[in-house]
Design a protein around this ligand. Structure first.
Ligand SMILES: NC(=O)C1=CN([C@@H]2O[C@H](COP(=O)(O)OP(=O)(O)OC[C@H]3O[C@@H](n4cnc5c(N)ncnc54)[C@H](OP(=O)(O)O)[C@@H]3O)[C@@H](O)[C@H]2O)C=CC1
Ligand SMILES: O=C(O)[C@H](O)COP(=O)(O)O
Length: 483
């Protein structure tokens, strides 16, 4: 049964294998960031329903884990096919719900189908190992250890708004392939897209109860889910303060956190500025900077700072601003609160004498792309993640100064370094505290089979297809003591 029940649709939750209304009788209105009107309602599920969903996932998981990898993979392959078949409908939901440009939303769906298929293949090719006891002093050849990977039980997948399909599936697919049950808590603003994605999954005939989708405010059911004794692993992507809170709430449960960032682009004086400008523009402003991996500050050598800023200015002024339906690069931010927050960072910098190169114009939650030069350490925008279209430029005298500023941030997701000297690039990359350093390219998560991780306040544990499968399973050792 589809989840849609009326014209301005009230979407049902997917609980223990059934699409249903919550017994709470309450729904949450989802307002489109650019249409600025309600586009649908989702269920506010209750704690009792969470209990039932978790119990159903445990029950279903036992037989799910007994299916062969190929059998589990076949369901996921069908899920990928369903996503592709319905890519336009799902892309439209993403566009309307989170204000992502239509083409990018469609790419997100296709990328997700690719990710699911790769996850299946990766899981099929994960191998265990065997160990001989005589590899250790005093050991015996008669002792043989067999090391396999087994599921953890029920995985709680919590996703953010900005990739409501891809970042959700990048948790659900490996969890299922590793033999787990799943409780999926989408971002409230992102729930409709998540529901459409799970509808596609439910159409594969997946065993009842193996996945439930619990919509509801994180602040209402979040803690309950995270502290629930029936949850055996949590995979969370979202803001750093939410992530920190989660890590305090969840005790003795494996936890992977992908959190915020303040990714620097370090531009050395010998950089190819064509490459740097193109990468910085794309890295900083796509989807209005609402990417964890967006370039969120430029640390440029004084010798090329003016030229870089003037080239960036020209490009910023060419950016398309407006509706995601027109595929504008700069689109309204997720809500007014987000726009107020970014505006506050811009105002603070201007009060403290940053140079406004271009931008600082606003229509409701649509912020024009803003380039700030001569940003200093005293300004909030030098340190705080805006999640919006503002790019601060800080001048430095040397690579050492750039590295020191890069590392002074509480975050450590990614960094870019632009130079034509590979030794210099590798030297900077070695010293920058980040999960990933991109040489002569923009900061980005993909390709999705690469490890993806943040250090410091940017996260804990590693995602990426292979690593997600590993983190959602554990080793099980069986030792044969032969005669
Ligand atoms: N490193 C990475 O891979 C990525 C990091 N991010 C980061 O995410 C942030 C933007 O995403 P955003 O959605 O606003 O992040 P939030 O941290 O606000 O929300 C993320 C998810 O956590 C849920 N949540 C909120 N409170 C709780 C709680 N107490 N317990 C359990 N779950 C809870 C939210 O639900 P609800 O929506 O209902 O509040 C949502 O599903 C940025 O900081 C960005 O950098 C984004 C993408 C990738
Ligand atoms: O949420 C994010 O911002 C993503 O994890 C980054 O993905 P991208 O680098 O592929 O945009």
């Amino acid at each position: 049964m589809a989840s849609n029940v009326s014209e301005l649709t009230t979407y049902n939750a997917f609980l223990a294998g059934e699409w249903k209304k919550s017994s709470s009788g309450e729904t949450i209105a989802i307002k489109s960031p650019y249409l600025r009107e309600t586009i649908g309602y989702v269920q506010a599920v209750t704690q009792d329903e969470v209990d039932q969903a978790i119990q159903a996932a445990h029950e279903a998981q036992k037989s799910w884990a007994l299916l062969s990898l190929s059998e589990r993979g076949a369901y996921l392959e069908r899920w990928a096919d369903e996503l592709e078949k319905n890519d336009k409908e799902i892309a439209t939901a993403i566009m309307q719900e989170v204000g992502k440009g239509y083409n990018d939303a469609r790419k997100e769906v296709v990328r997700t189908a690719d990710l699911i298929r790769y996850t299946v293949q990766e899981a099929l090719h994960l191998h265990g190992e065997s160990l001989r006891g005589d590899g250790f002093p005093g050991g015996s050849q008669k002792k043989l250890g067999i090391v396999e990977r087994v599921p953890l039980g029920v995985v709680l997948a919590i996703a953010p708004f900005n990739y409501p399909v891809n970042l959700s599936a990048s948790k659900i697919a490996p969890a299922l392939m590793a033999g787990n049950g799943v409780i999926f808590k989408p971002a409230t603003q992102g729930s409709i897209s998540g529901i459409k994605m799970v509808e596609a999954l439910s159409r594969t005939g997946l065993p009842k109860g193996i996945i439930s989708l619990t919509t509801g405010r994180g602040s209402v059911i979040g803690d309950y889910l995270v502290e629930h004794k029936g949850i055996n692993m949590i995979s969370f992507t979202g803001g750093s303060s939410t992530g920190r809170h989660l890590s305090q709430q969840s005790a003795m449960i494996p936890l992977v956190l992908e959190l915020g960032g303040k990714d620097p682009a370090i531009v050395c004086e010998d950089a190819d500025l064509d490459v740097a400008v193109k990468s910085i523009m794309n890295g900083a402003f796509s989807y209005s900077g609402q990417r964890c991996t967006a370039i969120k500050r430029v640390l440029v050598n004084e010798k090329v700072a003016d030229e870089l800023v003037s080239r960036l200015k020209a490009e910023v002024e060419k950016l398309t601003v407006g509706s995601p339906e027109d595929d504008s690069t700069i689109v309204p931010l997720i809500d007014d609160k987000a726009a107020d927050f970014v505006q506050g960072l811009i105002d603070d910098a201007l009060d403290k004498n940053a140079t406004l190169v271009t931008g600082n114009k606003r229509e409701d939650n649509l912020l024009y792309p803003t380039l700030l030069d001569n940003v200093t350490e005293e300004m909030k925008v030098a340190w705080i993640e805006p999640f919006g279209p503002v790019l601060p430029v800080i001048h430095v005298q040397s690579d050492d100064e750039a590295i020191a500023l890069a590392n002074k941030s509480e975050f450590g997701l990614q960094a870019s370094v632009f130079t034509q000297d590979i030794d210099r690039a590798l030297d900077v990359a070695r010293q920058v505290e980040a999960g990933t350093v991109q040489i002569n390219g923009r900061t980005e998560r993909g390709p999705d089979h690469f490890p993806f991780l943040g250090v410091k306040a940017s996260g804990m544990g590693v995602q990426g297809i292979h690593n997600s499968l590993i983190s959602m399973s554990r080793q099980k050792v069986t030792v044969m003591n032969l005669k």
